[in-house]
Design a protein around this ligand. Structure first.
Ligand code: G6P
Ligand code: MN
Length: 439
């Protein structure tokens, strides 16, 4: 049985992930679960809920809550990482500062994502070093930490040999919705996909070898990438703002009648429309703080008081996916999953060393990407520009370079002009004083 540590133990996602682990104990046996967080108070609030989830399934799994990296990682076989540097308070800044300049305000896309990247790369590397210092030598870090594309690129640059697998639940959430539309379980789908994280396209969706993308496109043309069924099994992604996100891919698909875009492409391809419908005083961070976070904290309090735990956290593809990936790593299952991986020629007309998101077989030594081949000029160009923006941001972080940060902001498709880029960057430097390396 494995020792598993969750870094970012105080996250609202922790109970859902642990619930998924409990459901899969036969596939992924556990001796111990450790929660690790630098925010002790927050983690201590969530921990009793997590303990209850564990005890409902097992009396024997050891449960440890700590803010000491040595306690957290000593001998660990797996680390699930989900850090949020600056927490939701800083996400709020990431979203609101660009909006004040008429630019998309989003957690991972546009200036918000770049700012979040500047906060996260170095702490992520510090976490990797701590894990490598204490954990089992073959330990894997499975990393959900956002902004995933930038974090993955930063890790590739600074710790190229680390055993870190960067993942995102967006493709698998899309597949869950596709399955609901087609009336098949998402595990029966085999998809082809290329791109960067939160920036890519599905090119085939096979069920028993038959491509169902044409059929899916008909449904999506009417309703977006959503069914009532899909909404029911994913309370998070069925919030009104998420429903809008799944619907909004319709115009992109209609205008570029090939493939199926990742919903996040709407931020890059229709930024004006997005900005028009965003409330600069109440963004997604506010929705999450007043919704998911508040609900979980209230439930934790209620549980402490009455011993009864209200239904307050999300169990779904997010937790299922990280457990699937861990199983494939642990037992060399070579399952096919969409993950972030160094390109190494998988997409022949993107740089060899770019971090891309493509299907890969997950072995115990890591992901083996599947060959994609050449992508069309239009997609290649969009990808190149986004990649350049993200790579410059990573270099800005490493070198403490204002110039490169400004270039990263300027190259981002959500940012209309260099003047916008500069004004937003300068405000963000102020807001991120406690977090960014000096630029
Ligand atoms: C998806 C993305 C994550 C992102 C999350 C935000 O799951 O894959 O990268 O963090 O959505 O959801 P939220 O409910 O916090 O807005
Ligand atoms: Mn994601």
């Amino acid at each position: 049985p494995f020792i598993l540590s969750i870094a970012g133990g105080g996250s609202t996602y922790t109970p859902g992930i642990v619930k998924s682990l409990m459901v899969r104990l036969h596939d992924f046996p556990l001796a111990e679960i450790r929660l690790y967080d630098i925010d002790e108070a927050r983690q201590n609030t969530i921990a009793p809920v997590v303990e209850k989830v564990i005890r409902d399934h097992s009396q024997s799994i050891k449960f440890t809550v700590t803010s000491d990296p040595e306690v957290a990682f000593s001998g660990a076989h797996f680390v699930f990482a989900q850090m949020r540097v600056g927490q939701y308070k800083m996400r709020e800044q990431d979203e609101k500062i660009p909006l004040r300049h008429g630019v998309v305000g989003q957690e991972t896309c546009g200036p918000g994502g770049l700012a979040y990247g500047l906060r996260t790369i170095l702490p992520m590397v510090e976490l990797i070093d701590r894990v490598e210092r204490y954990a089992h030598e073959k330990a894997w870090i499975v990393n959900y930490s956002n902004p995933a594309a930038i974090v993955a690129e930063g890790v590739r640059r600074l710790r190229p040999n680390a055993r870190v697998l960067n993942i995102c639940d967006m493709p698998v959430a899309a597949m869950r919705n596709m399955g609901a539309i087609l009336g098949v379980d998402r595990h029966k789908l085999e998809v082809d996909y290329f791109g960067l994280n939160h920036f890519g396209w599905f090119t085939r969706v096979r069920v028993d070898g038959e491509d169902k993308l044409p059929e899916l496109r008909k449904h999506i043309a009417k309703f977006g990438l959503l069914t009532e069924d899909a909404a029911k099994t994913d309370p998070q992604h069925s919030d009104p703002s998420w429903v809008k996100t799944w619907r909004n891919i319709k115009p992109i698909m209609d205008n570029f009648p090939e493939y199926l875009p990742n919903p996040y492409l709407q931020y890059y391809l229709m930024p004006n429309q997005i900005v028009e419908h965003q409330n600069p005083d109440y963004t997604r961070a506010n929705e999450v703080m007043n919704g998911r976070e508040k609900k979980l904290f209230a439930a934790a309090e209620e549980y402490q008081r009455s011993g009864i735990l209200p239904d307050a956290f999300h169990v779904g593809v997010h937790g299922e996916f990280i457990v699937d990936v861990a199983c494939s790593l642990a037992f060399n299952l070579r399952q096919r999953h969409l993950v972030m991986v160094e390109n190494r020629g998988a997409i022949t007309n993107l740089p060899y060393d770019a971090v891309v998101e493509v299907p890969a077989y997950i072995t115990s030594e890591g992901p083996e990407p599947i060959r994609v081949g050449r992508v069309p000029l239009f997609h290649q160009t969009l990808l190149q520009q986004q990649l350049a923006s993200e790579q410059l941001l990573v270099e800005a972080t490493i070198e403490g370079s204002y110039e490169k940060a400004l270039q990263a902001f300027t190259l981002n498709r959500t940012v209309p002009t260099m003047e916008h880029a500069k004004a937003i960057l300068d405000e963000m430097i102020e807001a991120n004083r406690d977090y960014w390396p000096a630029l």
